[in-house]
Design a protein around this ligand. Structure first.
Ligand SMILES: *Cc1c(COP(=O)(O)O)cnc(C)c1O
Length: 388
């Protein structure tokens, strides 16, 4: 390695890192969204132990609040330690056993992630196709079931990569149940933002994340499973490949025993408790209505500006507004301008829609008239800079 003594020496000096002063952004991208001040305050509360009797009470409260928000009576409703992808992998990695077949959608980025996770779980993956920017058609789902007889069917309720809301959820779950399959729903960008009824719609397992419509920092991610789904998990011949996300082990901590499995992220549990308390105070249906109204104003404002939404009105997703980039406009330059001039975050398109759309989130605490006015004014300025 030659003479590295200078390098070695400098490595041992204390780094001169200043106080934490991140910029004061307005977060209107695909997540994280702006965090409610009450949630930030809850996060500065001193810790108790993860087995402290007072924390056990907090765990019960979080589970109650999650059931309310998911619209479910599922006993098996917990915050998984980790981001939305951890909750996603807990659902897929436990429900898909080696040799099982999982049916996944191709109409967005997150169906692709479902596929990777199902394969790693030892499952065989089959696909039901729809273009990016369109929902699944129940006719295609039925056909895929007849052809492949999958054991598990996954779909994305709110596709954050395309701004499309999957309609007809009960129709999809009926098809799956007629074929004795389990349904896993990705509700990361719908929970607490758009109508979602886990029990009424027959969803067997739903996972979500806290940093989208719940306006909570990432770290503890909602998951719910029906008793029927949990029976399949507890009946597995082979252990799930992940120890950390093995739900039969997590049962010891979140179930009746309350015995040690891993140290819960206490601060994140405080945070999600407060975020969910805000949901309960507002009322879940009122919260869905607020997202529709406020994002509706955003959509109307964008259209008045001469911009076009990517999703047709029937599939429009209030929590994630995908807007088409007009011809001749540099999408990246607009994003950079908003960040530099307005401290405002929106995002570009992904995958098949890269360069074609902007993604403007309208989630939780960010779904306020004030934010919508700010985005519209900033975007108008950014576009006129480019001669639009
Ligand atoms: C954000 C997101 C995820 C992944 O969540 P992370 O918290 O980033 O791990 C999964 N599915 C959808 C639809 C998402 O929007």
């Amino acid at each position: 390695m030659g003479d590295s003594s200078a390098l070695t020496e400098s490595k041992h000096d204390a780094p001169d890192v200043g106080e934490l002063t991140p910029p004061d952004r307005t977060l209107m991208g695909p997540g994280p969204s702006d965090v409610h001040p009450r949630v930030l305050k809850a996060m500065s509360t001193p810790l108790v132990g993860h087995l402290d009797p007072s924390f056990v009470e907090i765990m019960d409260e979080v589970q109650e609040l999650l059931r309310y928000t998911f619209r479910t009576d599922n006993r098996w409703t917990i915050p998984v330690s980790g981001t939305g992808s951890a909750s996603m992998e807990a659902a897929i990695g436990n429900l898909v056993e080696p040799g099982d077949t999982m049916l996944v959608p191709t109409n967005g980025y997150f169906g692709g992630r479902m596929k990777s996770m199902a394969e790693r779980a030892g499952g065989d993956v089959v696909e039901v196709d729809a273009p990016w920017g369109e929902p699944l058609d129940p006719v295609d789902v039925e056909r895929a079931f007849d052809e492949h007889q999958p054991d598990v069917f996954g779909f994305v309720h709110a596709e954050t990569s395309t701004g499309v809301l999957q309609p007809n959820v009960p129709e999809l779950t009926d098809i799956a149940h007629d074929h004795d399959a389990f349904v896993i729903a990705d509700t990361v960008t719908s929970l607490g933002g758009v109508e979602l009824r886990v029990d009424e719609w027959g969803i067997d397992a739903a996972y979500s994340g806290p940093q989208k419509c719940l306006s909570c920092p990432p770290g503890a991610s909602p998951l719910t499973l029906s008793d029927r789904a949990m029976d399949k998990v507890l009946d597995r011949d082979e252990q799930p490949r992940s120890w950390y996300l093995d739900l039969s082990l997590l049962e010891g901590y979140w179930g009746d025993d309350r015995s040690y499995h891993h140290t819960a992220p206490i601060t994140n549990v405080y945070a999600i408790r407060e975020a969910l308390r805000l949901v309960a105070e507002e009322g879940i249906e009122q919260r869905w209505a607020r997202h529709r109204e406020v994002a509706g104003d955003l959509k109307a404002g964008l259209q008045e500006m001469g911009l076009e939404m990517n999703a047709p009105d029937e599939y429009w997703l209030p929590s994630l507004n995908a807007v088409r980039v007009p011809d001749g406009i540099d999408d990246g330059a607009v994003i950079d301008y908003l960040l530099e001039e307005y401290d405002l975050e929106i995002a570009s398109g992904l995958g098949d829609l890269e360069g074609d759309i902007w993604r403007i989130g309208c989630m939780g605490y960010s779904a306020r008239p004030k934010n919508v006015e700010y985005v519209l004014a900033a975007l108008e300025d950014a576009l006129s800079e480019q001669g639009f």
